[in-house]
Design a protein around this ligand. Structure first.
Ligand SMILES: Cc1cc2nc3c(=O)[nH]c(=O)nc-3n(C[C@H](O)[C@H](O)[C@H](O)COP(=O)(O)OP(=O)(O)OC[C@H]3O[C@@H](n4cnc5c(N)ncnc54)[C@H](O)[C@@H]3O)c2cc1C
Ligand SMILES: *[C@@H]1O[C@H](CO)[C@@H](O)[C@H](O)[C@H]1NC(C)=O
Ligand SMILES: *[C@@H]1O[C@H](CO)[C@@H](O)[C@H](O)[C@H]1NC(C)=O
Ligand SMILES: *[C@@H]1O[C@H](CO)[C@@H](O)[C@H](O)[C@H]1NC(C)=O
Ligand SMILES: *[C@@H]1O[C@H](CO)[C@@H](O)[C@H](O)[C@H]1NC(C)=O
Ligand SMILES: *[C@@H]1O[C@H](CO)[C@@H](O)[C@H](O)[C@H]1NC(C)=O
Ligand SMILES: *[C@@H]1O[C@H](CO)[C@@H](O)[C@H](O)[C@H]1NC(C)=O
Length: 430
């Protein structure tokens, strides 16, 4: 059986299988009920993040939910893997802001937080709900946001000092005021119309406050970024979602809830977490490796720190917390290819795998951490024993959480009805 909400699973595990299967598609279960007075929302399992943002924006500009940027991501896949976004440094992951759930277990019982118990409620907020049962709805805590947030984008190439600026970013941003979030995108490109390449780095900032407050803070700790009033825009929080989602800030907010307005993409990706700043010599090695590819690659760094420092790694199954400077997401685009098995696609995917080796000495180790919501079957699929499953399981959850997830699984679904290639295995002796 396969369970699909937004259908964004990176390995297609919500809608494909090697054997005939039944798919439970929650596409028609997407009502959203916002309670402004009590700052909560009940959201059905098949709703998308864009529908949630749109519905909140119809009631208030000063509440939001700390979730991701892409409006077509499903709330259920997002929350059940942890879920990061522009309010991560201030309010933690999406899963940290789940208050209750309606959940169907393998026997068809419909449970809430109280009747499912704290261990199962813990497991479905980061452990991947599809190993345990079906989430019918989530109760969310909405968080306060100011009437206006400040956006800016700074774009620099190697010739403009990008290496030094990124090097400094690693020291400054994870320790910066938690009202500021920054997404950093890195890609290679030709210089002008020559065939010489450079690296372009895009710093995309969002500040929970106005430019008057932000500018002196940045001028003091990060003047190299050169953020000026001219490049700052003060907008409603929902408009920031439009910009981070690839729309214009002046687009109609309805577009966030329009399933056919969001372009399709096709890519292969991998994740990492950085806990020690990468030295300049390492950054130069990384740029050189990128120059070997055909410019289909993209790196995206998401800044951690702030509120994330306050949780223990076992508070939820999502363990990438204190000490993480930023998350690295790297992909090769296959959008111009008819399939992921063309010669060009295979070459790009092979490059991505070798890029992973280049990065190995600069990212977290023991385990080399990976994000469940960027699931990657290259990490392994064995689950015959704990040793086999730990190869990939400890990368997503670390040892203590992975063992607890296996214990919960063995109680709530001992027959392993809910399974896929990287689902939590059931062992009786954990
Ligand atoms: C363009 C894009 C942008 C993204 N941006 C972000 C981001 O900013 N932050 C972030 O954290 N992640 C981001 N992601 C990753 C995203 O969080 C994951 O892909 C997530 O798993 C997608 O959830 P879904 O419901 O759309 O996917 P689905 O494919 O429907 O589901 C994913 C997994 O959850 C299970 N599942 C789905 N619904 C249920 C349910 N009701 N009950 C039980 N199990 C269920 C599925 O079986 C599957 O295992 C992005 C992904 C894409 C494609
Ligand atoms: C908010 O919560 C209080 C206390 O639980 C309750 O009495 C009240 O009816 C709730 N308000 C709404 C609009 O649901
Ligand atoms: C780009 O190349 C064309 C010819 O190939 C040349 O005429 C033009 O001046 C170049 N432009 C720049 C900005 O270098
Ligand atoms: C391209 O790079 C080479 C080697 O670094 C250099 O000699 C040449 O001047 C560069 N050409 C341009 C147009 O920048
Ligand atoms: C940044 O601070 C310096 C002094 O510390 C000041 O001279 C400069 O005008 C400031 N720039 C901006 C943009 O605020
Ligand atoms: C900073 O911005 C100003 C005005 O936009 C520009 O003139 C200057 O060259 C920039 N400096 C750097 C280092 O990018
Ligand atoms: C949704 O988006 C599609 C594609 O851009 C557009 O054709 C359609 O009119 C939109 N629907 C609504 C209700 O806005």
């Amino acid at each position: 059986m396969r369970i699909r909400s937004g259908g964004h699973d990176y390995e297609g595990l919500s809608y494909t299988a090697d054997v005939p299967f039944v798919m439970l598609d929650l596409v028609n279960m997407r009502s959203i009920d916002i309670n402004v007075e009590n700052q909560t929302a009940w959201v059905q399992g098949g709703a998308l993040l864009g529908e949630l943002y749109y519905t909140i924006s119809q009631k208030t500009d000063t509440l939001y939910f700390p979730a991701g940027m892409c409006p077509s991501v499903g709330v259920s896949g997002f929350l059940s893997g942890g879920g990061y976004g522009n309010l991560l440094r201030k309010y933690g992951t999406g899963a940290d802001n789940v208050l209750d759930a309606r959940f169907m277990d393998v026997n068809g019982n419909i449970l809430d937080r109280e009747s499912m118990g704290e261990d199962l409620f813990w497991a479905i907020r980061g452990g991947g709900a599809s190993s345990f049962g079906i989430v019918l709805a989530w109760k969310l805590r909405l968080v306060p946001v100011p009437e206006r947030v400040t956006l800016f984008i700074v774009s620099v190439t190697l010739e403009q000092g990008a290496t030094d600026i990124f090097h400094k970013y690693q020291y400054v941003l994870p320790n910066f005021d938690r009202d500021l979030q920054m997404r950093v995108q890195i890609n290679s490109e030709y210089i002008g119309n020559t065939t010489n390449k450079t690296i372009r780095i895009l710093f995309h900032g969002i500040y929970q406050g106005n430019a008057d407050t932000l500018l002196p803070l940045l001028n003091q700790s990060f003047p190299e970024l050169n953020v000026t009033r001219e490049i700052c825009q003060e907008v409603r929080m929902v408009q920031s979602t439009l910009q981070f989602g690839g729309f214009s800030i002046s687009a109609h907010v309805e577009v966030l809830a329009n399933r056919s307005a969001i372009p399709k993409t096709n890519f292969k990706s991998k994740s990492d977490y950085v806990r020690t700043p990468i030295p300049k010599s390492g950054l130069i090695k990384i740029w050189e490796k990128m120059f070997e590819n055909d410019m289909s690659e993209m790196l995206q760094m998401y800044t951690f720190g702030g509120k994330m420092e306050e949780y223990s790694d076992t508070a939820t199954p999502y363990p990438h917390r204190a000490g993480v400077l930023y998350q690295v997401y790297k992909l090769v685009n296959l959008i111009d290819q008819p399939s992921d098995t063309t010669t060009i696609s295979l070459k790009r995917i092979a490059w991505l795998r070798s890029f992973d080796e280049t990065l190995e000495s600069y990212v977290s180790s023991n385990p080399r951490e990976a994000y469940l919501n960027y699931n990657d079957l290259d990490l392994g699929v064995g689950s015959g024993s704990y040793e086999e499953a730990s190869v990939w399981g400890e990368r997503y959850w670390k040892r203590e959480n992975f063992k607890k997830l296996i214990r919960v699984k063995s109680i709530v679904d001992p027959g392993n009805f809910f399974r896929h290639p990287q689902s939590i295995p059931s062992f009786s002796d954990m």
